[in-house]
Design a binder for this molecule. Structure first.
Ligand code: HEM
Length: 133
């Protein structure tokens, strides 16, 4: 498949994943019933699978490996942290306070992953500071 198309799929999945996680967190805080609906619980898995597979496809097409490209390794570590925090935020957190803190931390982690992808640097947005200093 054309590289540009795969990249567009990846970027679209990134946007949908972010918006979905944002909405489910807001629903969680508002105790909304829709958060427990079948669609609200299934759709994120489909979007996140597309996100992951398109990312792997991009890396393969660029012949990148996490051992040779530190920014890709940083993305994968970030992804693992995001998944863990997301589980605490939407499922495992025992109090609403715990879930909310995990949700905010997950959103910040997501922002870090995006900035790593844009900067192609494991420091992500922090690399901008290095440039300024
Ligand atoms: C939460 C997870 C992820 C987020 C938020 C994310 C975000 C992004 C974004 C925003 C871009 C576009 C950068 C640009 O426009 O230059 C991108 C590109 C890319 N992503 Fe991801 N990504 C994620 C997961 C992954 C995974 C799991 C892989 C690989 C295993 C991956 C591999 C890549 C590659 C190779 C590019 C480079 C595309 C290019 O510059 O041509 N991503 N990612």
């Amino acid at each position: 498949m054309d590289y540009g198309v795969v990249k567009l799929i990846h970027q679209s999945a990134v946007t949908l994943s972010f918006l979905g996680f944002l909405a489910r967190g807001l629903g969680m805080m508002a105790d909304s019933d829709w958060v427990r609906d079948r669609v609200a619980r299934t759709l994120p898995h489909i979007i996140d699978t597309i996100l992951l597979l398109s990312g792997v496809a991009l890396a393969l097409q660029l012949r990148l490996s996490p051992t040779a490209a530190p920014w890709l390794a940083a993305k994968l570590v970030g992804l693992a942290v995001y998944i863990g925090l997301g589980m605490v935020a939407l499922r495992r957190g025992r109090t609403k306070r715990q879930r909310t803190v995990a949700w905010i931390a997950a959103l910040l982690t997501f922002g870090y992953i995006v900035s790593v992808a844009l900067a192609k640097d494991p420091l992500g947005f922090l690399a901008l500071l290095r440039g300024a200093g």
